[in-house]
Design a protein around this ligand. Structure first.
Ligand SMILES: *[C@@H]1O[C@H](CO)[C@@H](O)[C@H](O)[C@H]1NC(C)=O
Ligand SMILES: *[C@@H]1O[C@H](CO)[C@@H](O)[C@H](O)[C@H]1NC(C)=O
Ligand SMILES: [Zn+2]
Length: 576
C-alpha cells in the first residue's frame, strides 16, 4: 500500500461502526442480525480449501502463461481503435448510480410485465463493451462529483470536487476543450442541471454544494465564459432569487432575467418544449422543474407537465445536428439518466426499474439518430458508481433462502415511495389528523400508490412513529415483498458497465478500466487533448488573477464535505 493511503483504506475507529450498524441492519432488514461463533472445524476446512485453491491457481497461471505466449507470437494485436479524421459527433451517456444489478432487475421486470421470452434483453445489454472501476482519490466509494470529474477532466479527485483536482485547483473539462475546438455542446439531465454530474462538464467549484455558483458558470458568468450551447433539465431553483417562488439563490440575483447577456433563449415548460418545432435556436436553456424532474414512474402520470428523457434526447440531438450542419466540427453532448441514483438512495426498486427503462429508451433514440445522421458519430455510456448495494434476492428469515424475487410486486406500484411519502407529509401538515385515523389513511395510501394490499400493523405503526423516515420505510415495504435486497442508502464500490454504439471505434474501452480512462477516451475521440491543456492553464491563470476564491470557493474542510454527503443521503433529499 503506498504511503499516505493508510488512513483512507483503514477502518476508522468510531462508535458509529458498532451500535449504529446494528440499528441500520435492523432498519434495512427488519431483523436483528444473527452472529454465529466460529468453530475450529471451520478453520480446518478453510485451511484445506486454501491449499487446494493454491494448487489450482498455480496450475492455472502456468497454463495461461503458455497459452498467452503462444497467442502473442501469432498475432500483433492492434490495441488502439482508429480516431476518425473528419467531422464527428460524440454522445456521452451517464446512468447515475446504475450498477450491474440494476440491469438484471430491470430486465426481469420488463420480461414479466410484457410477457417476453427469457432471452429478451434491454437495448443496453446489446451494446456492452467493458466495465469501469470507480474509486475516488479520497475514498474507495466515490460520489457523483468525483465520478464526473474523472469523466470531464480525466483525473481522480476527492468526493465533492466539481472539476478540481485533489490540490483544489481547477482542471479543464472535455466540454470546455471541445467548445474551444469549435464543437457545439449540450447537456441533458433529469435532475437539477446544477447537480454534480452536469456541473463537472462546465463549471469548477471546490464543493458540489455551491450550486448558486455552478448555475452562474453554466450560463457563462464563469472564468471561461459560456461553454454550453444547449441545456435541458430541471433546476430553476439556483437560477432564481430565494425571494421568488421556486427560487433559492442566496444572493438575490435573477440569472434567468439576465440570461440574454449570453444570448440564451429560455424555455421553462412542456408547452414551450413542444412549441420548439423544427427550428431550434441556440443557445437554448430549458429548465422544466424547480429542482429535479419527477421520477419516470410518477412523471408518466403528468406527461403534460414534463418532457421525458427520451423526448429531451431526440430534440437535443436534432437541434445540435441542425446547428452543426454547415460547420467544420460536429457536436459533443452529455445525456444523463440522473435519477436512477435517487431511486437507489431511496432503496425504491419500483422507481428504479422505470428510471432504467427510460434511460434504455433514450439510448435507443441515440442509436437511431447515429444510424440516420450523415456525420460520423459515436455513443459511449457508463455509470459514475452504483447506488444502494442492490441485490436481486433477499433473505427474509432464518429458513433456507428461496431462489427468487418477485417483479410482479414492482409492476403493481403506480408511484414512487418518494411521491407517496410526499402525499403523506401533505396530509399530516394540511389536515392535522388524529393518530387514530392514520392507520386507515395509510393503508389506503399504500394500496393506491404502491399496490401493496397486505401492509402490516407493524409497518403502519412505524410510519406513524417515524414520518420523517417514510420514503425509506415505504421503499422497504415494496423491497421486502419483491425480495429485493439493499445494503446501503448511499453508494457502493462495485465496478459499473461501459457501453458503446460501435465496438470497433471504442476499442480502447473494451475490458476493465479506471473511470479516468473513460475521460481520456472522450478527449481522445474528440481530438481536443491540446485544448484541454490550454483550458486548464487559462483556469489556473485566472484563479491567480482573481485571488482564488471568488468563483471556485474556499478550500472545504472535511466537515463541509461530510455535511454535503449526509444531506444527500437523508430520506428528505427528494423534498427540497
Ligand atoms: C435568502 O437567502 C439569504 C442569504 O442566505 C437568507 O438570509 C434569507 O433568509 C433567504 N430568504 C429566504 C426567503 O429563504
Ligand atoms: C398485483 O395486483 C393484482 C390485482 O390486484 C393482484 O391480483 C396480484 O396478486 C398482485 N401481484 C402481486 C405480486 O402482488
Ligand atoms: Zn452519482
Amino acid at each position: 500500500m503506498p504511503r499516505g493511503q493508510e488512513p483512507l483504506l483503514t477502518r476508522r475507529p468510531s462508535s458509529h461502526n458498532d451500535e449504529r450498524a446494528t440499528e441500520e441492519d435492523a432498519l434495512l432488514t427488519g431483523q436483528r442480525p444473527i452472529r454465529q461463533s466460529s468453530t475450529s472445524r471451520w478453520a480446518r476446512y478453510r485451511e484445506i480449501a486454501l491449499f487446494v485453491w493454491g494448487l489450482i491457481a498455480t496450475a492455472a497461471v502456468i497454463i495461461l502463461a503458455v497459452v498467452y505466449q503462444h497467442q502473442s507470437s501469432k498475432t500483433t494485436p492492434d490495441r488502439h481503435g482508429d480516431r476518425p479524421t473528419g467531422k464527428r459527433n460524440l454522445v456521452f451517456m451517464v446512468s447515475d448510480g446504475m450498477g450491474p444489478t440494476s440491469l438484471a432487475l430491470t430486465r426481469g421486470f420488463k420480461q414479466y410485465v410484457n410477457a417476453l421470452p427469457w432471452d429478451d434483453t434491454l437495448v443496453l445489454d446489446k451494446h456492452f463493451i467493458g466495465n469501469s472501476r470507480t474509486r475516488s482519490s479520497s475514498s474507495l466509494v466515490t460520489d457523483s462529483a468525483a465520478g464526473a470529474t474523472a469523466f470531464s477532466c480525466g483525473h481522480k479527485s476527492y468526493n465533492g470536487a466539481i472539476s478540481v483536482t485533489p490540490d483544489h485547483t481547477p482542471c479543464g473539462s472535455v466540454m470546455e476543450a471541445a467548445k474551444r475546438a469549435g464543437y457545439t455542446t449540450g447537456l441533458v439531465v433529469t435532475t437539477r442541471i446544477t447537480d454534480a454530474t452536469p456541473a463537472c462538464f462546465a463549471s469548477h467549484v471546490r464543493t458540489r454544494a455551491m450550486e448558486d455558483q455552478i448555475a452562474e458558470q453554466l450560463i457563462g458568468n464563469g472564468p471561461l465564459g459560456r461553454n454550453v450551447d444547449l441545456i435541458f433539465g430541471g433546476g430553476r431553483c439556483h437560477f432564481l432569487p430565494n425571494t421568488t417562488a421556486g427560487g433559492c439563490r442566496a444572493d438575490g440575483r435573477d440569472l434567468i432575467a439576465n440570461a440574454d447577456e449570453h444570448d440564451w433563449n429560455y424555455i421553462s415548460s412542456r408547452e414551450d418544449f413542444d412549441n420548439l418545432g423544427s427550428s431550434v435556436e441556440l443557445p437554448l436553456l430549458g429548465l422544466f422543474a424547480p429542482t429535479d424532474i419527477p421520477f419516470e414512474i410518477d412523471r408518466r402520470h403528468v406527461d403534460d407537465d414534463y418532457p421525458s428523457l427520451e423526448e429531451m434526447t431526440k430534440t437535443a440531438l436534432r437541434a445540435l445536428s441542425d446547428a452543426t450542419k454547415d460547420s467544420e466540427q460536429g457536436f459533443f453532448i452529455m445525456i444523463e439518466g440522473s435519477r436512477i441514483d435517487h431511486a437507489g438512495h431511496n432503496n425504491d426498486p419500483a422507481a428504479q426499474v422505470h428510471e432504467v427503462l427510460a434511460y434504455d429508451r433514450a439510448m435507443q433514440a441515440v442509436l437511431d439518430f447515429l444510424e440516420e445522421d450523415d456525420t460520423e458519430g459515436l455513443m459511449v455510456a457508463t455509470s459514475d458508481h452504483e447506488t444502494g448495494g442492490l441485490a436481486t434476492a433477499r433473505q427474509l428469515n432464518v429458513d433456507y433462502p428461496e431462489y427468487l424475487w418477485y417483479p410482479g410486486v414492482l409492476a403493481n406500484a403506480t408511484h414512487s415511495a418518494e411521491h407517496t411519502a410526499r402525499l403523506y407529509f401533505s396530509h399530516l401538515s394540511a389536515s392535522k389528523p388524529s393518530k387514530a385515523d392514520l392507520p386507515k389513511y395509510l393503508t389506503k395510501l399504500i394500496n393506491d400508490n404502491l399496490g401493496i394490499k397486505d401492509v402490516t400493523r407493524e409497518e403502519i405503526d412505524y410510519l406513524i412513529e417515524h414520518p420523517v423516515l417514510s420514503p425509506w420505510t415505504m421503499s422497504q415495504i415494496i423491497s421486502k415483498r419483491s425480495q429485493t435486497g439493499w445494503s446501503t442508502h448511499g453508494h457502493s464500490a462495485v465496478d459499473v458497465n461501459i457501453y458503446s454504439s460501435n465496438r470497433h471505434a471504442s476499442k480502447k474501452l473494451h475490458g476493465n478500466h479506471e473511470n479516468t480512462e473513460v475521460g481520456e477516451f472522450l478527449r481522445w475521440y474528440l481530438n481536443v487533448e491540446d485544448e484541454m491543456k490550454e483550458v486548464t492553464k487559462e483556469l489556473k491563470d485566472k484563479l491567480e488573477i482573481s485571488g482564488g476564491e471568488s468563483w471556485l470557493g474556499a478550500v472545504p474542510s472535511q466537515e463541509d464535505l461530510a455535511v454535503v454527503a449526509s444531506h444527500l443521503m437523508s430520506p428528505q433529499r427528494g423534498f427540497d
